[in-house]
Design a protein around this ligand. Structure first.
Ligand SMILES: C[S@@+](CC[C@H](N)C(=O)[O-])C[C@H]1O[C@@H](n2cnc3c(N)ncnc32)[C@H](O)[C@@H]1O
Length: 246
């Protein structure tokens, strides 16, 4: 291959039309921007193994059993991937300021339209590569739901390393991620085989993950894995993480 042609080939992802994570979610957000409220389509608790009777009961259930007991209240909280803001609503009452790090400009715009500029949210358009704008040791608590399930392992590790950087010593994080070998996780994995084989990662699909694998990434990012909950959202895992105190 000629030198110039090879350069273009590599820059374009080896000849494949590969989107970045940001581009993939931006495309999704634009396609769904006209729906009543983006994010409501993710609110199907039984499909993720949350044992509540109605979809309205899911967030209070998670808050009561996981978020509130572990996070309590604090000054500065960070949410990675707030999307339409269904968890943002719950997190706002737990902090004085919430940094909403979202990689899709359209999602961020919708989030701002929903919550406005007077509730203590800092709207942050993340580039998908990290949390560059957020200062070291500046955040009391972090939260991410519905995001790490889709990230590739390199992005998972990168974000954990970023959490290690931005959390204050002793700071806490809640991260939900996939549990491929749970009963529901495995069903999802098996059902995806026909559309996944012989493809690069399709945006929106669940990455393979396990409590053990994630624990390893958490430890290698120099964070402490306080607990991994597998029974609250039976398809997934929820990691309770802490940055060691100095
Ligand atoms: C499935 S949605 C979940 C949204 C919300 N957390 C919820 O559960 O309703 C994933 C969201 O994370 C955002 N996202 C994906 N990758 C991200 C990244 N690397 N950094 C920041 N946001 C990201 C997407 O743009 C999208 O808004």
């Amino acid at each position: 291959m000629q030198k110039a042609a090879r350069k273009v080939f590599i820059a374009s992802g080896g000849g494949h039309d590969l989107m970045t994570v940001s581009e993939g979610w931006e495309k999704y957000a634009r396609e769904h921007a006209s729906s009543l409220r983006v994010g409501d389509e993710w609110n199907r608790p039984r499909a993720s193994g949350i044992d509540v009777k109605t979809s309205e009961a899911a967030l209070p259930y998670l808050d009561r059993n996981v978020f509130e007991p572990f996070l309590g209240t604090c000054d500065i909280m960070l949410e990675i991937g707030p999307g339409g803001g269904r968890f943002t609503e719950v997190l706002l009452s737990k902090c004085k300021k919430l940094i909403a790090a979202e990689t899709s400009a359209t999602m961020l715009k919708l989030l701002r339209e929903r919550f406005g500029d007077d509730v203590g949210i800092e709207y942050y358009l993340a580039d998908g590569r990290g949390l560059g704008k957020v200062a070291d040791d500046s955040v009391d608590a972090a939260f991410s739901y519905g995001v790490f399930v889709h990230l590739q392992h390199w992005d998972i590790y990168n974000y954990l390393a970023e959490l290690q950087r931005v959390l204050k010593p002793g700071g806490k994080a809640i991260v939900q991620y996939s549990n491929t070998f749970s009963e529901m996780g495995w069903k999802r994995f098996r059902n995806a085989v026909p559309k996944q084989v012989n493809r690069h990662k399709i945006p929106g699909t669940f990455i393979v993950n396990t409590p053990e694998l994630m624990r390893e990434f958490i430890i290698r990012a120099r964070l402490e894995c306080v607990d991994v909950l597998t029974e609250i959202v039976r398809r997934d895992c929820i990691a309770l993480i802490r940055k060691p105190a100095n």
